[in-house]
Design a protein around this ligand. Structure first.
Ligand code: NAD
Length: 323
């Protein structure tokens, strides 16, 4: 099958591209390299079923041309990460809204099956746990630009579902909870790669707030498995799913686990949010996915344990430091 991946040089996109090439498909990766890297695609760059196109999802003629050749589209390109969203809010909003509009319009032409990446951020400050797909979404005030990411992704979901309803677009929406693993960059505030790098370099692990906020970390290989299976199931079309691991860990425990796994002498240092983010920044105390809908649909749920995720990131970073 000919497959287009937007954001294909990114963290999740590059793992997906490798998996699809291994499964025998032909893959085109479109990416503007804003947060992605060509290096992420090194393992498949020489494969004759793989092509990299440097360009933007905001370039409608380019997206239309690539979509016209594709039998399936995975739309992952986005401005990602709380730090980036806080630093470049207008650019992030426009990429995430207009970019998705452009990709969906291109998919509509031939009603090409399209996967749309959403995020657990859409649940905002919801306080009913675990988060289920039909729950109400509770975001904060517009003055706090952090919520623009959640809002833009929510609008992406609405637009996708509107095209499903009006034009029968075969689309699937997946809300990723924290997905991590090798190749995730720490540059835009992603916690686990930052902790591992700091631990390996003997620097302090900076834990924001009290460190009692909890998250669930899923392995990128599990997320890719879910994506591939979902696009094989016609029943999944027109539906929204959570994907994530449902094992909770506080950020302080996460830092302790990283120190144990690396044998590092780094200290854990608590840093007030006000030192890292603009005034009024809000963080969620908990984020826990209900993945039962996903499991019913595809017979799979992410289960790789945190220890395996940390070990894989440590191995990657140690290899990079030795090179
Ligand atoms: P990433 O930053 O590695 O991937 C995003 C990719 O999109 C990058 O390669 C970037 O260069 C590319 N991109 C950005 N703007 C573009 C544009 N205008 N045109 C073309 N390419 C562009 O991040 P990721 O973690 O791989 O995220 C992939 C998707 O998954 C995103 O849609 C993100 O919102 C979603 N997501 C990820 C997580 C996670 O924990 N990793 C959580 C929730 C949602």
């Amino acid at each position: 099958m000919r497959i287009l991946i937007t954001g294909g040089a990114g963290f999740i996109g590059s793992h997906l591209a490798e998996r699809l090439i291994a499964d025998g498909h032909s893959v085109t990766a479109l990416d503007d390299l804003s947060t992605g890297r060509r290096d992420n695609l090194a393992a498949i760059a020489g494969n004759n079923r793989f092509r990299f196109v440097e360009g933007s999802i905001l370039d409608a003629p380019l997206v239309e041309a690539l979509a016209a050749e594709a039998e399936t589209i995975f739309h992952l390109a986005a401005a990602v990460g709380v730090k980036l969203i806080m630093e470049q809010p207008s650019r992030s909003i426009l990429t995430n809204v207009n970019g998705t509009e452009t990709v969906l319009r291109a998919a509509l032409r031939d009603r090409t099956p399209v996967f749309v990446a959403s995020t657990s951020e859409v649940y905002g400050k919801a306080s009913k746990f675990p988060f289920s797909e039909d729950d109400d979404l509770t975001i904060g005030a517009t003055r706090n630009l952090r919520w623009s990411y959640a809002c833009a992704k929510t609008l992406d979901e609405f637009l996708t579902l509107a095209h499903v309803r009006e034009a029968g677009l075969p689309a699937v929406i997946l809300r990723f909870f924290n997905t991590t693993g090798p190749r995730q960059t720490g540059r835009y505030g992603m916690v686990l790669p930052n902790f591992v790098q700091a631990a390996l370099e003997g620097r302090p692990l900076l834990v924001h707030g009290t460190g009692e906020q909890s998250r669930c970390f899923g392995h990128v290989a599990d997320a890719v498995e879910a994506m591939v299976r979902l696009m094989q199931r016609p029943e999944a079309r027109g539906e929204v799913f959570n994907v994530g691991n449902d094992q909770e860990v506080t950020i302080r425990q996460l830092a302790e686990e990283v120190i144990r796994a690396t044998g590092s002498r780094s200290e854990i240092r608590l840093v007030p949010y006000s030192d890292v983010y603009p005034e009024g920044f809000e963080d969620m105390a908990r984020r826990l996915p209900d993945v039962s809908k996903l499991e019913r649909a595809i017979g799979f749920r992410p289960r790789r344990p945190l220890a395996e995720i940390i070990a894989d990131i440590v191995a990657e970073k140690r290899a990079a430091m030795a090179a």
